[in-house]
Ligand binder design. Structure first.
Ligand SMILES: O=C(O)c1ccc[n+]([C@@H]2O[C@H](COP(=O)([O-])O)[C@@H](O)[C@H]2O)c1
Ligand SMILES: Cc1cc2nc[nH]c2cc1C
Length: 374
């Protein structure tokens, strides 16, 4: 972790100035591409060159973990669904697989903290869904024919119940962050040019809410959502659980490892590492929903310059996501009312990120196209 943190540097302001100057010469009214313009400028700053390389191929790391706080009745879903969905993703039958095939992205599932027997690659009933995948979409830069892969890197079989004791030890947090770093490093070494954050973990919107509250100072009521979908009684209990955990541990946002240990999850910690390694490697990282955003808050607390590599893929319906993205100064690219996780919302933003950069490579200037400027 220390090496990764030390490698994170600010954005290159010269490359950003060059990208802004280039935008001013392209055949379009200034500012007409809205959020995409500042995004492409930021990616030039991240790459340290203008235009920056087309961001791809994309690779999603889906970090899976379970949660002791599940015992408090914060979700209607049984814990074993986490392991079952890991199997489903490995068989190619989950939403993230369909979306990854659409954009030609690689899928890597990382068991960083699932409860129960270690996840295997045995296809479940949904295995047939992957038998004849639709062809990859127009980006096609990834390996659409490649099967999803499993990385077995379990730090422990689920967290402890944060309402009773710290969810993790500091050593467990550091180990989970290292799993995220290793995953990102491996994907980048294998050619990934755009990292996508994904998660799977029944009950993980509860620690996500606690992390967002701890890092932003927001009230639990404003960052706790309905997760997979809960009734009013469960929602009230969930807010009370988040409040109780924060009151018990009083986590200090200046100590990100301590915050993750008190009220975090293994996938949140691993996602923080994944984001940090992307920033260290100068590869953009698409942030998905509230779980990834909570991990991104931890990453930013560890290394503020890591924010330069973060791109908010979408605005999750979970309220903590909006609070976290605002705190990070990120504008979500898509707003589709999604609240699935797995990296699904961020994956849909892959073509948007690629298009933002493609403009800098391919659009004619007023001079070269003979178009009059105003
Ligand atoms: O990404 C999001 O913002 C998001 C919002 C709501 C639910 N989820 C997913 O749903 C699961 C957690 O929901 P819950 O209600 O069990 O806390 C977990 O697997 C997440 O990936 C994800
Ligand atoms: C079925 C199911 C799929 C999911 N994918 C991400 N979180 C999930 C939660 C459930 C319950």
């Amino acid at each position: 972790m220390r090496e990764t943190l030390a490698a994170i540097r600010p954005l290159d302001t010269d490359a950003m100035a060059a990208a802004r100057a280039l935008h001013a010469r392209l055949t379009k009214p200034a500012g007409s591409l809205g959020t995409l313009e500042e995004l492409s400028v930021r990616l030039a700053g991240l790459a340290g060159t203008c235009p920056p390389p087309l961001p791809g191929p994309a690779a999603v790391g889906v970090f899976a973990g379970d949660h002791g706080v599940h015992a408090q009745g914060v979700t209607p879903w049984p814990q074993e669904v986490t392991a079952q969905m890991v199997t489903n993703i490995l068989a190619g039958g989950a939403v993230i697989n369909a979306f990854a095939r659409q954009v030609g992205a690689r899928v890597t599932v990382v068991d960083v903290g699932v409860a129960g027997p270690p996840a295997g690659a045995t296809p479940g009933p949904a295995g047939g869904a992957a038998a004849e995948p639709a062809p990859a979409g127009p980006i096609g830069a990834g390996p659409p024919g490649d099967a999803p892969e499993l990385v077995q890197a379990r730090v422990r079989a689920g967290t402890r119940d944060m309402t009773v004791e710290p969810a993790l030890t500091r050593d467990e947090v550091v180990a989970a962050v290292a799993v995220g770093i290793d995953t990102a490093d491996r994907l980048v070494d294998a050619g990934a040019g755009l990292l996508v954050t994904g998660d799977m973990g029944i009950a993980n919107t509860t620690p996500a809410a606690a992390l967002v509250a701890a890092f932003t100072g927001a009230d639990p009521l404003d960052v706790t959502g309905r997760g997979t979908g809960i009734d009013d009684g469960t929602y009230e209990r969930k807010v009370a659980v988040v409040r109780a955990a924060l009151a018990r541990h009083a986590p200090d946002p200046a100590d990100p490892v301590g915050v993750l240990a008190a009220v975090g999850g293994l996938e949140h910690a691993a996602l923080a590492g994944f984001v940090l390694a992307g920033a260290a490697r100068r590869v953009p990282v698409l942030v998905d929903g509230v779980i990834a955003a909570a991990g991104a808050l931890a990453a930013a607390a560890l290394a503020p310059d890591a924010r330069g590599a973060m791109v908010a893929g979408h605005r999750s319906a979970e309220p903590g996501a909006t609070v976290a993205l605002r705190h990070l100064g990120l504008t979500p690219l898509l707003d589709l009312g999604m609240r699935l996780g797995e990296g699904s919302g961020a994956m849909l933003a892959v073509p948007v990120v690629a298009a933002a950069v493609r403009v800098l490579h391919e659009v004619a200037t007023f001079d070269s196209a003979g178009v009059s400027s105003k």
